[in-house]
Design a binder for this molecule. Sequence first.
Ligand SMILES: NC(=O)c1ccc[n+]([C@@H]2O[C@H](COP(=O)([O-])OP(=O)(O)OC[C@H]3O[C@@H](n4cnc5c(N)ncnc54)[C@H](O)[C@@H]3O)[C@@H](O)[C@H]2O)c1
Length: 267
Amino acid sequence: MSVFELTGRKALVTGGAQGLGAGMTQALARAGAAVAIADINEDRGKQTVEALRDSGATAEFVTLDITDDAQWEHAVADTVAALDGLDILVNNAGVEITGLIVDLDPAAVRRMLDVNVLGTALGIKHAFRAMRPGGAAGRGGAIVNTSSVAATIAWPSISIYSATKSAVDRLTRVAAMESGKLGYGVRVNCVYPGLVPTEMGAKLAQDVADLGLFASQEAAVAGVIEQTPIGRLGEVADMADAVVFLASDAARFITGAGLPVDGGMGM
Ligand SMILES: NC(=O)c1ccc[n+]([C@@H]2O[C@H](COP(=O)([O-])OP(=O)(O)OC[C@H]3O[C@@H](n4cnc5c(N)ncnc54)[C@H](O)[C@@H]3O)[C@@H](O)[C@H]2O)c1
């Protein structure tokens, strides 16, 4: 049996309605996991769940705004009840609001801190409570957080986004340490995706062109590719496969790690 096999595992993916999260959910399901998508976008999330069911997966949708502590409690309880356990949390949901530091908008800063930092931290909190011995699921597991190549490079116009993704990186390390010291049996790692032309990625490339940092969206993409040794943008499947790896027993001795999945851009 492959070490990437996830049959019998139960996984919750935030922001799984679209983009990277939808691909991660599909890849986890293909590896055999029963999956739940948690998202604020109910319509899109339910469509993605239907597509997963059509492909033969066990899939559920739970409504969740990851910035809300009480909603997290319900979302995790509902997932444990619906899937009969919880072994994997992928903290993927995030937001990016492009802007130069000279134009800093406090509301945009707070929004990114709220979703990317608080939302991710609350996910770790509730997953730990459910997965640790004595918790509602109670058999340990794996958490994979979504940082970004933005945490490892200096790209103009994404200062606060980069800061929040650096925070996700540190959160990951401390969470891994607490889990180990307190015997939770939960590995905690993160990925640093490179630019992928999802809704968020494509908008970022357009935003930097609109700010005059590049001549056009195409020139911004070319600039990223120029800085990427593998010589192309990332694809959803590149990120999804890395998440499956970190969630699986193939990564059984890996915790507190950050895995660049960026074609080498952030080295
Ligand atoms: N696309 C990229 O180039 C790229 C690169 C590096 C990192 N990332 C990170 O990967 C993750 C996914 O990015 P994406 O490109 O798929 O973005 P996306 O905007 O296409 O999808 C984000 C998903 O998160 C959901 N979401 C947003 N706020 C939420 C909230 N408060 N509660 C619950 N769900 C919420 C959205 O409804 C959506 O389904 C994000 O954390 C992003 O920062 C993306």
